[in-house]
Design a protein around this ligand. Structure first.
Ligand SMILES: Cc1cc2nc3c(=O)[nH]c(=O)nc-3n(C[C@H](O)[C@H](O)[C@H](O)COP(=O)(O)OP(=O)(O)OC[C@H]3O[C@@H](n4cnc5c(N)ncnc54)[C@H](O)[C@@H]3O)c2cc1C
Length: 428
């Protein structure tokens, strides 16, 4: 059996690794000149690794932990939400130092979100915003919810499907605690990709299905195989890349276009020394650069802080000159930290805008109200030759995460193996 895997991100590597372990001939075809996709550990911005894409492991039971243990890579627990600092204009404060009304509101929003798990799936789907309004939250509360609940999902609070969120909460098996990989994600991926046959600079343009297999035309030549696992991000598929011949089924095309992928942007700042106290793990406010955390994992005195914005906030930051976006973030950071010397102390800054990336075109996919079946439809095989993986297909896990992408790769590899073994049994 010979399988092509399109994409060397977390999902593609996981699929390829599983097939390789099963004795299958597998070739990975990757558009970029590196592995990782939306995982991108940079070694140049600071004297230690900094994540331009995925940064945390979401959950104490996430599949990533077992891989990190096998690769002998240390993970460090990070308490972000438990030590959240919030600002309504001045320096960000721990929750217990906030006015009672604000503290109560934030707690009530998290509780309302958790209650989605028990929501009846028989009622018509609605947005997270509508659900919160129906639970008595006003417009001001929705601004806070947008930052604390929706920004992390790379979506506006108005277009997040409650049915999809509820389903994810029910099938979640990763848990709530968060971790970092001490050396960043890169060494884990390098270990995971070890020994795999990966062709770089090979953006797939056309995937042709014919009796007996697939033929994939790429920028680096034509590849043939018995079947193909597609892990290309939803926003790339939405742009008709690659082209499928014959076209994908109507339900697959519906699923691809039903998903939404919003912008996701990081602003990174390196200072001559940490400008914050050692206990800081997470700050948020309703500004443009809404969510902040220090990258203090590789070294205790790591003086890098990262703002992460998604959806409309990220689009606004992306539309500015990089210098202007960085200046706005720095001004907001001065307020959050209660300092006025950050510009003089900043030694490097940069913006990483995933919406401008031609192999991602945004952050990660979310599901709008009424389209909760989209992830499952996107994941379904097309006959015995095309299988689908990637974070957007992780309907039985946590989409929008690295471990969800990994599990989707394992699922698709299992489907390909099963399909091949049942077809060979028929001909025996
Ligand atoms: C800014 C940001 C922060 C994040 N933070 C976290 C986090 O803290 N924790 C977490 O768990 N998750 C996080 N995520 C989500 C996580 O990064 C993704 O869910 C996961 O990495 C997706 O893996 P994937 O394999 O599905 O897709 P990708 O990583 O995008 O892999 C797809 C691969 O396909 C390649 N490709 C694209 N087009 C073609 C083509 N035509 N031909 C061949 N190859 C092609 C791409 O180059 C890429 O390598 C974050 C994402 C972003 C953008």
């Amino acid at each position: 059996m010979h399988v092509l895997v399109l994409g060397a991100g977390a999902a593609g590597l996981a699929a390829a690794r599983r097939l390789h372990a099963a004795g299958v001939t597998v070739q990975v075809v990757e558009a970029r000149h590196r592995i990782g996709g939306r995982i991108w550990t940079d070694e140049t911005f600071a004297p230690f690794p900094v994540e331009y894409g995925a940064e945390f492991i979401h959950g104490e039971h996430a599949a990533t932990h077992a891989l990190a243990a096998a690769a002998r890579i240390e993970t460090i627990p990070i308490d972000r939400y438990g030590r959240l600092r919030w600002s309504d204009g001045g320096p960000a404060c721990a929750l217990d130092a906030l006015p009672v009304a604000r503290r109560t509101l934030i707690a009530a929003l998290f509780q309302a979100f958790d209650r989605l798990r028990d929501m009846s799936l028989d009622v018509p789907d609605r947005s997270l915003a509508d659900y919160l309004r129906n639970n008595g939250f006003d417009d001001e509360a929705l601004h806070v919810a947008d930052v604390l609940l929706a920004q992390t999902c790379c979506a506006p609070v108005e277009t997040l499907s409650c049915a999809d969120l509820s389903h994810e909460l029910r099938v979640d098996h990763a848990g709530k605690r968060e971790y970092r990989l001490r050396p960043g994600y890169a060494p884990l991926l390098a270990w995971y990709a070890g020994g795999l046959d990966i062709r770089f600079g090979a953006a797939a343009r056309v995937v042709r299905r014919a009796p007996g297999g697939v033929m994939v035309e790429t920028d680096a030549g034509v590849f043939h195989a018995d079947c193909c696992i597609v892990t290309i991000p939803a926003a790339v598929l939405q742009r008709g890349v690659p082209q499928f011949d014959p076209p994908l089924s109507a339900s697959k095309q519906w699923a691809i276009h039903a998903l939404r992928v919003e912008a996701a942007t990081k602003l990174l700042y390196c200072f001559d020394e940490p400008m914050w106290d050692a206990d800081l793990t997470f700050m948020a406010h309703t500004g443009l650069a809404a969510r902040w955390w220090p990258a203090a994992h590789a070294a205790r005195d790591a003086a890098v802080i990262i703002a992460y914005a998604t959806a409309e906030r990220a689009r606004t930051l992306d539309a500015l000159d990089e210098a202007e976006a960085i200046a706005i973030g720095l001004r907001e950071l001065q307020t959050l930290l209660g300092r006025d010397d950050l510009a003089q102390r900043c030694v490097a800054a940069r913006r990483v805008a995933w919406s401008a990336d031609p192999f991602a075109y945004g952050g990660y996919a979310h599901v709008p109200p009424g389209a909760a079946v989209a992830r499952r439809l996107l994941a379904m095989p097309e006959g015995a030759t095309l299988f689908f993986a990637g974070e957007a297909t992780a309907y039985d896990s946590n989409p929008q995460t690295v471990h969800g992408a990994i599990e989707s790769g394992w699922r698709a590899a299992g489907e390909a193996l099963e399909s091949y073994s049942s077809s060979t049994q028929i001909f025996r």
